[in-house]
Design a protein around this ligand. Structure first.
Ligand code: AHG
Ligand code: MN
Ligand code: MN
Length: 302
């Protein structure tokens, strides 16, 4: 069953369903650019975080922003690649706000590892002061051997696969078990300064956990969603107390998806979805996945 038809069957609001479907189309276009492998060079510019942009980051951002600029149901959008939120001029009441990371893990593209896009959809005309809990939908696209989308709304978390120019439902109602001995340990550099994280790492080794880490948060969390277990971590340390990953563009959408699949997502103390978005560039540590595994991590990092 096709994406739009399935969302309709689930009872998802029509305007939201159409927006999701338009974003999915933009992801299909991004997957073509990723596959072509022609834009892996540096664009010669930096994003607002001071990170060097690839031509591909910029192209992916434009493919999404041009869809959002035209969409009458979208009042505002914000992108990891843009400095400020963009008001579209379509500011009718109840219009949507879309926050996105157009291409997460773009440094993995030139070695042909999987990358992805991340979206959080709100009803708002600014993201400042919102919380992840205010999202109406969160979605990731994975550009791997196949192009897939995992879309979460109040009506559950479902996977769609791109084939014959359409996204078709491939897995319904993804669920994450409470326990699962699979770990994706981001920022292991933190072990040098944070004995709790080193102890946690040793706990995983001592208990024969399976390592599943690609260096891309989207495929790593997609792995947890599709296998239905495991955890992903990215703590901060000394000079980077909040780590690297961004609340609005990366962590809040991931937390929405994982919680709707029955998992847990915190910054080590607080539920990520309860953290207020104070600035577009706000970073946060993240512990996400199977509930018990995340709680063990929180306990050991106290
Ligand atoms: P970016 O948004 O700059 O593409 O970064 C990718 C993220 C995430 O996908 C991954 O888990 C993490 O960065 C890896 O970070 P390190 O480079 O610190 O290992
Ligand atoms: Mn990113
Ligand atoms: Mn990015």
């Amino acid at each position: 069953m096709e994406l739009l038809e399935h969302l309709k069957q689930l009872g998802v609001e029509e305007r939201l369903s159409v927006l999701i479907s338009k974003l999915a189309d933009a992801c299909a276009d991004i997957s073509c650019v990723v596959e072509a492998g022609k834009m892996c060079d540096k664009a010669g510019t930096c994003n607002t975080f001071g990170e060097e942009q690839l031509a591909l980051d910029v192209a992916s951002d434009r493919l999404i922003s041009s869809v959002l600029d035209k969409c009458e149901d979208v009042a505002v959008y914000a992108s990891e690649e843009l400095e400020e939120e963009v008001k579209t001029g379509h500011d009718a009441q109840d219009n949507f706000g879309v926050a996105y990371d157009p291409l997460d893990g773009s440094s993995l593209v030139n070695v042909n590892l999987a990358v992805g896009s991340i979206f959080g959809i709100y009803k708002c005309d600014s993201f400042i002061g919102k919380k992840g809990d205010d999202q109406e939908c969160a979605m990731i696209a994975i550009y791997g051997p196949r192009t897939t989308i995992v879309c979460a709304t109040k009506a559950g978390v479902h996977e769609y696969t791109f084939c014959d120019s359409k996204f078709n439902l491939t897995k319904e109602n993804l669920q994450i078990e409470k326990e699962g001995k699979t770990f994706a340990p981001g920022n292991l550099r933190a072990c040098l300064y944070n004995p709790g994280y080193r102890n946690l790492f040793n706990y995983w080794l001592d208990n024969q956990y399976t390592l599943r880490y690609s260096g891309g948060m989207v495929p790593d969390i997609n792995h947890i969603l599709l296998k239905g277990k495991g955890l992903f971590t990215y703590p901060g340390y000394k000079d980077m107390p909040d780590g690297k990953l961004r609340l609005l563009y990366e962590c809040a959408p991931m937390a929405y998806i994982v919680e709707h699949a029955g998992g847990r997502a915190t910054d080590g103390k607080i539920r990520l979805l309860e953290k207020a978005i104070e600035s577009l560039s706000q970073r946060t540590p993240i512990f996400i996945g199977s509930e018990t595994e995340v709680m063990t991590a929180e306990e050991m990092l106290k």
